[in-house]
Ligand binder design. Sequence first.
Ligand code: ADP
Ligand code: ADP
Ligand code: ZN
Ligand code: ZN
Length: 839
Amino acid sequence: TTPQNAAEDGFVHVRGAREHNLKNVSLDIPRGQLVVFTGVSGSGKSSLAFGTLYAEAQRRYLESVSPYARRLFHQMPVPEVDTIEGLPPAVALQQQRGTPTARSSVGSVSTLSNSLRMLYSRAGDYPAGQELLYAESFSPNTPQGACPRCSGMGRVFEVTEQSMVPDDSLTIRERAIAAWPPAWHGQNLRDVLVTLGYDVDTPWRDLPKKDRDWILYTEESPSVPVYGGLTPAETRAALKRKDTPSYQGTFTGVRRYVMQTFANTESASMKKRVARYMVSTACPECEGKRLRRESLSVTFAGMDIAELSRLPLARLAELLAPYTHATSKVEKGLHAEQLIVRRRIADDLSARIEVLLALGLGYLALDRSTPSLSPGELQRLRLATQVRSSLFGVVYVLDEPSAGLHPADAEALLDALAQLKAAGNSLFVVEHALDVIRQADWIVDVGPLAGERGGQVLYSGVPDGLRDVEASQTRRYLFGEAALAPRTPREPTGWLKLEGVRRNNLQDLAVAFPLGVLTSVTGVSGSGKSSLVSQVLVELVGAALGQGSAVAEEQSDEPDLERDEALPLEGRIVAGMESVRRLVRVDQKPIGRTPRSNLATYTGLFDQVRKLFAATPDAKKRRFDAGRFSFNVAKGRCEHCAGEGFVMVELLFLPSVYAPCPTCDGARYNAQTLEVTYRGKNIAEVLGMTVGEAITFFKDEALVERSLEVLNEVGLDYLRLGQPATELSGGEAQRIKLASELQRATRGNALYVLDEPTTGLHPVDADRLMVQLNRLVDAGNTVIVVEHTMRVVAGSDWVIDVGPGAGDLGGNIVVAGPPQDVARNKKSRTAQYLKPHLV
Ligand code: ADP
Ligand code: ADP
Ligand code: ZN
Ligand code: ZN
């Protein structure tokens, strides 16, 4: 067919797609329909939907823009595919990998804040005599709007005695002043204090306040002789004798050191280090509202714009209703023009908020920062924005839109997708939730397995036809053959009881988590599950164990200032703590943000592999130790890319991209290192193996094999050992963390907390994960998951249903008990979805 004909037959024709693991696949996909891509994790769904279809649409669009733009984009990957015909322009609504760093909010992503600013500018109530302000004056990100004291941040960063001297029982010599620079520079400052006559051998808290204040806050910088290595008494004597000093040392007050280093250093790690000694508090000038006084003096419905932006969207909608066209009445003292403007903006805002409410996001406020949203919430927010933006003839490519959604919320999502379709668009959706798959007009099932053993299109057609496709894993779940076996829930061995819990929408809640069993916490999006489990429970148990925040590995290099002050921890553990020895939180945060961390390094597997290489006769002859085989050490790595295998390419106007290193071709090592082989493979080739391949290769090495087996068991056999952390999805990162935990000897009495562990997992992978979680429970541990997949909930021992609704309408325990009991509860919104999964 010619492209002309192809466009006319209503299908997208893909021929010879070979991106990643795709095996030269050809298929036709209908336009104007809801097309769902299914298949086990790693089978190639994303490679087809995003890597091929979306990438090609994007590339064509950019080519059509201008030769200039094209030049900037010449590094845009060209998907491995022979031809695609009939492809409309595409918009991707992908779940972002990693955390967004931009200072954006619900209001900015949805563009609702723009309209709200217009409303305040044109139709707000101004104090008598104040001139009208432009819309920009209501944005903290413009010079016209930003509070001059905090530059629109809403917070000011300061130091306190407590933040600079966290442990005041220490002496200065014992490094009481933790905020001081490390190593030599810190010692130098201490020696200067000795010369100046300050006591460095008395606990900080026993020093006179005058001395403490001077040391911390002085703006003076006296320069004095320093005698290195002398005691305070010897120093005094040396000063008296006017001995020649080791050098002249200059003092800097601790506060000054911290503030200046933070403001001026170019080193990210220095900045991060000093940031630890600062605290942020609400700006005293704007009270955290981020705007100038004049801007805050303008009100609407009696509130300034910051107050309005803090309301849940559901309340904002109620508040706007009286001002919309349908209900608004002419008021005294209001110009006709003001009235028209007010109605028009209120109408527009109300209509757009309506879509967000329909998608179950009514509990969000406009000023909620996007980094605090779950990826699923962010994706729905973007989706809602699209629903209102009357585009037509576009294909929307979505990545697991049901992630984070209770089945009740998923129904609203399907409505929104239906609206986009009705407006003449196509929907290509990668999805695992059976409720969503069942609504598809067309299914593309990829498989049969992951990685090398996947990459084929097993089926492309209307849903019912999948019934007969033997090789499909999806088929068994979709057509009811893989029903759960009946089981008797395990009996709890004890109870972990919490009382007086307050956080977000939780108000003085009491809750009991059973120990020694698998518990699912359910409830609609925004009901309070994360506040209860991932926040308060984790914080309380962590504090009781002295584990601090207890959140596994934070590997970021960036100072964490965007993070708000820690919320006060309200609640207490009243029973059960004696049976909890360890807290393990397995979240979906990335395991690292550079290609330097990968599967093998994170799990510790790589240490074993390097030892094997160092033990080969060839390595011994060359005197190569295990360090030689590390790409993090100068000895053996390629120096051009410093062992990253990639070099960063800076693009004008765009985020930089990584390209393979031209010297080592991505191998990461120098030539001599690569000459050493273990059973015929060099170290780079081993890193290039998938977990599955490595299991065969390392069959005789018990330690290595054990780590690999665990990765295999959590369904990650398709990942390469050297796969950079930056290429992993949140779900993959979570399973890698789980695998690392599983390979430790299980001593029992640990509490495992997982937030939606089945995100990104095909039902067959979710079943495997359940096997692992059950194994942890059988070994004497407690597992608590926040979960939406009813198959998993049905297979748990205990269910705690939070709700009944979202935000103010939630925050209570609706019912707690074995799955059977919850399924019978009339008030629970989970019951009706759970029931069909119980036999
Ligand atoms: P799915 O979406 O079905 O989970 P993917 O399309 O993401 O699967 O992955 C299919 C295969 O391609 C997997 O073996 C995966 O490891 C590999 N793959 C994915 N992304 C990349 C990449 N950026 N570079 C190399 N291989 C990749
Ligand atoms: P769930 O996990 O059930 O989806 P959450 O515990 O995330 O629910 O949210 C419960 C309520 O608390 C919601 O109204 C939500 O908007 C609010 N909330 C959650 N996190 C924050 C936060 N960081 N700032 C303000 N409100 C929040
Ligand atoms: Zn301010
Ligand atoms: Zn290199």
